[in-house]
Write a protein that binds this ligand. Structure first.
Ligand SMILES: [Zn+2]
Length: 111
């Protein structure tokens, strides 16, 4: 396998780059997409793995650029009288004074 940093233009140029450790990543992909990957890999005379890694690198670079300066929206503050009764839990209560997580935990513990 090629470098984990391989980009599409490098695949197109078929340049040799260093190898690096890899990990198997099991991802369910729509069949139509797999067919497109097959065709593009054949067109570029690269392996599907190389192509997917190049596409991921391109996509991650684009996403990082797009997300520069972006911050997740602040978590909504739940009013004290609507909060879960478990200490340090700030989620909204849904049943018996507990949030969904703690209510389910309590139910599981009773079984
Ligand atoms: Zn809770």
């Amino acid at each position: 396998m090629r470098s984990p940093n391989v980009k599409l233009d490098e695949l197109v140029a078929q340049g040799k780059v260093d190898r690096e450790d890899s990990t198997l990543m099991n991802v369910k992909v729509p069949t139509g997409l797999v067919n497109r990957i097959d065709r593009m890999a054949a067109h570029l005379r690269s392996s599907k793995t190389e192509l997917v890694i190049a596409l991921l690198n391109e996509g991650l670079d684009a996403a990082e650029e797009e997300l520069k300066g972006w911050k997740p929206p602040p978590k909504p503050v739940i009013a004290k009288d609507r909060r879960c009764s478990v200490k340090d839990c700030d989620r909204e209560k849904i049943a018996k004074g507990l949030c969904a997580t703690h209510y389910q935990a309590q139910r599981r513990a009773r079984r």
